[in-house]
Design a protein around this ligand. Structure first.
Ligand SMILES: [Zn+2]
Length: 415
């Protein structure tokens, strides 16, 4: 989970549990699921736990998630007692440091690290949240939608299910019917959606809904934190997410902000047992942040527009990349920003520069239909009919309801 959540927990912990503080030692508890699967629960000095899963066989060990950096030594010592003790593959379910922190110690020349491409970007500091991750701790293999690993005679599917962050994956053992859900499932408290790591409540709900129909009835669902769930329990979990989100949405409609909803304890009727996991208060704040897209930062378009007025598109593009890396938390980098600038340049007849800016937007938001539509228009104005048609067609694939693209394609094919 994310840094801010942890801070809240630390404060609560310090204020309520000073008495037992001295007892907190690092542990890595091995729970045997079968001859092939061992869940290893890492507990750090602050009493937080994070789950990892070791899959053991002839070819060696595949490990899902690396726990905290501070528990990595203990984790490694336990892995060395399993099978032939040789860790070969390490998979990170998402970027958070209770799942990737141990990479640094677990990684060596014979270990391959696999994660979603957004996890690598976060760990490289691309979004300005996590810094100073050593190169050996970065994923060696990344992917976009899905990736299959064949190891110890089983196909292991890595599937993109975003929502908690923008880089969540589910690791599914197709023959053993075990699905490691990472932080899409938390059974030690309320769920977690981290807007500042690209998480989104709507996407999260879609992902959890998809889990309910995607996996066989007898799948074992392993949470990022807490005990395992059955499919029936997953269904209850989904209902809790839907109902609590609707309650919070209703609160917003009634003009309440997160602090009022917390004060009114609006989620009291959900009996979620919280054991060092996210609290109801956290969940209210997280859902409100996601629903209201509380990015009150100024748009990145503001400083870039100045650069476009004084200089040119290339300078603005360099500035964009530099700010995204170093000032990500100070600006709002939504798809609209570059789009607005593209149209500003088109309006000034600086068409070649508009194309450069809109191409960057496509690079940044490759799944947004509108960015292709805009780039199509710029190419049309530039007289590059072929590229205009291509971009309008992509836009239409991404959003078949884009009537403007249909009309533009007709026009382009007529001329
Ligand atoms: Zn997390």
């Amino acid at each position: 989970m994310k840094i801010i959540v942890k801070c809240i927990f630390i404060v609560l912990f310090i204020s309520s549990s000073i008495v037992i503080k001295a007892q907190n030692t690092i542990t890595a508890e091995v729970i045997k699921i079968s001859n092939k699967f061992y869940k290893i629960v890492c507990k750090n000095t602050r009493n937080y736990t994070a789950n990892t899963l070791a899959y053991v066989g002839e070819e060696g060990i595949l490990l899902i998630d690396a726990g905290y950096l501070e528990t990595a030594e203990e984790l490694l010592s336990k892995i060395e007692t399993l099978g032939n003790g040789k860790l070969k593959i390490l998979i990170n379910t998402h970027l958070h440091l209770d799942h990737t922190g141990g990479n640094k110690l677990l990684a060596n020349d014979s270990v391959i690290i696999i994660a979603h491409e957004n996890v690598k970007k976060h760990l490289q500091g691309f979004y300005g949240q996590i810094r100073n991750v050593s190169p050996e701790a970065l994923p060696d293999i990344t992917f976009e939608d899905s990736y299959s690993v064949y190891f110890n005679n089983e196909e292991i599917k890595l599937l993109y299910f975003p929502g908690h962050t923008d880089g969540d994956i589910i690791v599914y053992f197709t023959a053993s019917k075990i699905a490691f859900l990472g932080d899409l499932l938390l059974t030690n408290g309320f769920p977690s959606v981290e807007s500042n790591a690209g998480g989104n409540i709507e996407q999260y709900i879609r992902s959890v809904r998809k889990i309910l129909t995607f996996f066989p009835e007898d799948t074992r669902f392993i949470a990022g934190h807490g005990r395992d769930y059955t499919l029936d329990e997953m269904k209850q979990y989904y209902n809790m997410i839907i109902n609590t989100t609707n309650t919070i949405r209703q609160g917003l409609k009634e003009g309440k902000d997160a602090s009022i909803m917390i004060k009114e304890n609006i989620l009291r009727k959900w009996n979620v047992k919280v054991t060092n996991g996210p609290t109801a208060d956290y969940w209210i704040g997280a859902v409100v942040a996601s629903l209201t897209n509380k990015n009150t930062n100024p748009s990145i378009a503001e400083p870039l527009l100045n650069t476009l007025i004084k200089r040119n598109a290339s300078a603005a593009i360099n500035q964009y990349r530099e700010f995204k890396k170093n000032k990500f938390n100070n600006y709002n980098f939504n798809e609209n920003a570059l789009n607005v600038l593209g149209y500003y340049l088109l309006g000034k007849n600086r068409v070649e520069e508009a194309i450069k800016i809109l191409k960057l937007n496509v690079e940044e938001y490759p799944k947004a239909f509108n960015v292709y539509d805009s780039l199509g228009e710029a190419y049309m104005k530039y007289g590059d009919k072929k590229r205009a048609i291509k971009n309008y067609k992509i836009s239409l694939v991404l959003n078949p309801d884009n009537i403007n693209a249909v009309q533009m394609l007709k026009k382009l094919k007529r001329n």
